[in-house]
Each structure stands twice: as C-alpha cells, then as structure tokens.
Design a protein around this ligand. Structure first.
Ligand code: ATP
Length: 512
C-alpha cells in the first residue's frame, strides 16, 4: 500500500480504549505523548521522519505469532521489536529484525518480553510448577542437559533450576546471598542468573549434567481475545466466522470447529433458538469474558444480534474430558496423569472461587482437553442463563435437562447454588476421572440418587482408587456445605498428591 494512502493517527499512549475504538474519528489528538497508529496492513516504515524510537522499549518476541488481522504483525520467537504503544493486552510495535523487520502492527503483549530482562531469556519459565517443569522437560524435543529456571512453589521468591538427565528430571535450588548474588552451590556465586547459566553451560561441576539447550516451550499462551480490537468490541460479525466441522452437540445447541477471519481456529457454540434470553446471556457473558485463567476456556467473542447466538471460544484439540476418558486416549492415562488433570481443574475452579463466581454445571462433559492432557473448565456461568426445565428435575432422564447426579442436595432441593455446590460436583468429577468416564451411581436412577443421598448414602470407593483420593471425594460430598473443602485446598492437595519433598532437590555438595 502506498505510503500516502496510510492513515496516521496520533493517539495518547496512556489510553487503551481509544486504541480499540472502532471509529477512527473518535481517536483524540494529543501532542505530548505520542505514538503512531497506522490503520493499514503492516507495511514498511515510511521514509519520511517518524518520532524517534524509544530505544529503552526494545522487546523480544518469546513465541511465534502469525498475524490474524491486517493490523497485526507476524513475528518469530527472537525477533526484536520496539514498543510504540503498550496500553492494554495488545501492543503496537515496530519490528526491527526478523520476518517483519521495519513493519508495524499489533502483537499480543504476553508474547513479548523486554530485551535483556530475565523474562526474555529462553530458559526462564517463571510461572511453571515443578510438575509442569518435569512434564515439559520430559516431552519430545528435549535431550539430556535441557533445562529451565522457574519460581519455586514451596518458597516464594526462590528459584529452582530443573534439568533433564537421561530421562529423569533433577531440581536444584537457586539461592541468593544477602548481597543479591545467586548460587546453586555455596562454593561459587554469580551476579546474575545469566552468568550462572553461562557457567553451568560450560562446566557441570556438581550438577548432574552440563546445561545444554533451554527446555522447548510446549505451546504459546492464549492471546487475550482474538485480536486487539475484539478485546472490548467483542460482538463480531457473523460473516467473519466460517463453520468448518461439527464437533458435537449438547442440550442447548451444536459446537463447530470454525475459522475466524480466515486465520484463526476457534470453537463456535451455536445455541438453539429460545434456549436463553439474549439479554440475560449478554449480561452473563460480560462477566465471563473478564474471567481469564490458563485453566478456563476463554470466551473470545459473540454473535448475539441474531439467532442462533454464536459463542466463540478457544478450540481444544481433544474435545470433552468425558469422551477423552472413555476413548482410546483415556486408556493411555496413568494414575498420576489422572491426578494431574484433576489438579488442573481444581486450579481453574480455585480461580472462579477467588473471583466469587459459580460454575453450576461442573462435570467431565464440561471440561475440555488440549494437547499434553491440558484440561480447561468450560461452560462456566452458562447454567445460570439456560432456561432449565425445573419442573422435570426429578423425572429427568439421565444426562438430560438437569444434571441431578452432579448436583449437591441443597442445590437440587432448595436451588441453593454456591461454590460449595460446585465442590460437590467436583467430587463427582473426580469419580468420573478415576473410573475413566463411568456414569456416577451407575445402577441408580436420578430419583433413587436423591432419595439415597438424604439417608447419608455416598458412592462407594471405585475400584483401583486409593483411599487418599476417595477421602477427597467424601470431603466434597459432606452434607453440610461449610464442611466441604475449598477449591484452593483441593488444588494444593492434588498438586502435592505425590508429595512435594524438599529433600528431593538434588545435591550440589560435590561442587569444588
Ligand atoms: P451440555 O451443553 O448439554 O451440558 P455438552 O457440554 O457436552 O453438553 P456442548 O458444550 O454443547 O455440550 O459441547 C458438545 C461437544 O462439543 C463437547 O462434548 C465437545 O466434544 C465439543 N466441544 C465443545 N466445546 C469445544 C471446544 N471449545 N473445543 C473443542 N471441542 C468442543
């Protein structure tokens, strides 16, 4: 596109909302603190003078990103970028190296890190739990010597070095001296982590092996919304969605694999006409859109102006957890995988708990599975807006209308839904996980379940389920809601199921 055709707007760097405004004329001019926002394809920077680049704002792409809209910029991990506008979750940048060198456009803010900062180091995995570090290091593509540095779960502020050594992962504490220098062995300390890594990349003194390649990153994180302009403007045009293939159907409609803007794979939930009041749904969806957590399915956008309403969410490769457990993939799971999946679900739910939000329909069918057994909670909040056939609660057939077997007694009897009724459902979900997707109370009707529960009956321990896990289920099914655990507690109990043993850190005393 010709430079003269470009539409250059001067906007305040501090105002995120103006950047996402749909109307260019709404953008305000302010000469003080300025960046260039160009409403065209990412193109080469023009020859005429642009404002000087703020060189302290040089960033490095941490992951590959392929442009989804004409305003985006494609980058590859390692490309250098200058941040021109850092407001919000999508930053306007100019690439100064790599595949888009000299072009400008938007990139997801969580895909970049400041150059020279620790966050830009390919071996720094700050928010990685020990179990995840092990999973990542043991995954394909890593060889002996692969390593990462992460924050230590057991002691906040401390760091750990995790290293792959012949199919086993060893963990070392990275400690700090009072003067700020860091060390793995007290015998030798370093000014920065980078120096420490450089040292152990040349010598393995005391470590099990010499550090080689940084651990491969399994996948790029979710972007916040589909693009910079759907973050606030998330009613999107139906014509931007292509339905490719039906993935499944629930009571309230069908789910398709779709493509947004011809670029981005998404899941599209199409709701049967009349299943909900559009205003109720939009009110709820406003809240749902703000709930962001790596273990929750992200709601990207909606098409709600006409029926059928479309709900656009992230796409999960392996579909529902229920099907995953019941089919071949489930047979490959071992007990530790099952516990780890349950821990992920508890983590997503602990976030909802912290946000004072209730799911109301937690079950394996409403958890979705991605690659590497990644689990995310889906459909939170939707139960509140669906028009449930409450008259038929007790007569409802299994799996239809009202999920009696997953619902806490006080929710069935007195419509008393709370995070504690979600805890009850989580107990049932644990049963589904451990039995590879068996129907709970397999020999009983919904009516019998309600009758029996009121007498204190609880499902017996499933075959091959250790007592510790069964006791967690029983805790979730306590009659009195206040006696049930929190999701926060369930999360750490499950994450630490195989015991986080501080003594399991490797010994470095052999360092000379
Ligand atoms: P109900 O809505 O009646 O509780 P359900 O949760 O199984 O039942 P849907 O949410 O409509 O129904 O989903 C139907 C199926 O579509 C799921 O079982 C799953 O296989 C697939 N599916 C739903 N959402 C996604 C997604 N985001 N990514 C991939 N597959 C999905």
């Amino acid at each position: 596109m010709d430079v003269t055709q470009r539409f250059i707007l001067w906007v305040r760097t501090c105002c995120g909302s103006c950047r996402t405004s749909s109307s260019d004329s709404e953008l305000k001019s302010d000469k003080k603190d300025i960046v260039v926002i160009r409403k065209t394809n990412p193109v080469e920077a023009p020859n005429r003078p642009l404002p000087p680049l703020p060189l302290k704002d040089i960033y490095v792409a941490l992951y590959d990103y392929t442009a989804r809209t004409v305003d985006d910029l494609s980058v590859r991990a390692g490309d250098r970028l200058v941040a021109l506008n850092k407001s919000g979750e999508w930053w306007f940048v100019r690439a100064i190296s790599g595949i888009s060198a000299n072009k400008e456009g938007f990139v997801p803010a969580n895909y970049v890190a400041q150059e020279e900062s620790i966050y830009a180091e390919p071996w720094y995995f700050p928010d990685t739990k020990r179990a995840d570090a092990e999973k990542m290091l043991l995954s394909e593509g890593n060889e002996t010597g692969a390593f990462l540095i992460r924050q230590c779960e057991s002691q906040k502020g401390d760091l750990s070095l995790s290293v792959l050594d012949n199919g086993k992962v060893k963990h070392y504490k990275v400690r700090k001296l009072d003067n700020g220098r860091c060390y793995v062995s007290i015998a030798i300390n370093f000014t920065t982590l980078k120096e420490l890594v450089q040292y152990y990349s040349k010598n393995n003194y005391g470590l099990c092996v010499q550090l080689m390649e940084p651990c491969k990153k399994l996948q790029a994180p979710q972007t916040h919304g589909l693009s910079y302009n759907t973050v606030d403007h998330w009613e999107i045009s139906r014509s931007s969605i292509q339905l490719l293939r039906k993935l499944g159907a629930g009571q309230f409609g069908e789910v398709y694999e779709g493509l947004w803007n011809n670029t981005t794979p998404v899941a599209v939930k199409t709701l049967k006409c009349g299943t909900m009041d559009a205003n109720d749904f939009l009110r709820e969806a406003q809240i749902m859109k703000k709930l962001r957590h790596p273990k929750l399915i992200q709601l990207y956008a909606v098409c709600s102006l006409d029926e059928p309403i479309y709900i656009i969410t992230e796409l999960m490769k392996n579909g529902s957890l229920l099907e995953y457990l019941q089919k071949d993939k489930g047979k490959e799971l071992c007990f530790s995988d099952q516990v780890e999946m349950a821990a992920q679900i508890a983590a997503g739910m602990a976030y909802l708990e912290q946000q004072n939000y209730i799911h109301r329909d937690l079950a394996a069918r409403n958890v979705l599975v991605g690659e590497n057994n990644i689990c995310k909670v889906a459909d939170f909040g939707l139960a509140r807006v669906f028009k449930l056939d409450n008259e038929n609660v007790y007569e409802a057939k299994e799996g239809t209308k009202f999920p009696v077997k997953w619902t806490a007694p006080e929710a069935i009897n007195a419509n008393k839904f709370s995070i504690k009724s979600d805890i009850w459902s989580f107990g049932i979900l644990l049963y589904e996980i451990i039995t590879f997707g068996q129907m709970p109370y397999p020999t009983m009707t919904n009516y019998q379940v309600i009758q029996k529960l009121s007498t204190g009956y609880r499902m017996p321990c499933p075959a091959n389920c250790p007592d510790i896990l069964y006791n967690i289920m029983l805790d979730c099914w306590k009659e009195n809601e206040v006696d049930r655990p929190t999701f926060e507690t369930l999360q750490w109990k499950l994450e630490d199921y195989f015991e986080l043993d501080l003594n399991s850190y490797a010994d470095t005393n052999r360092i000379p």
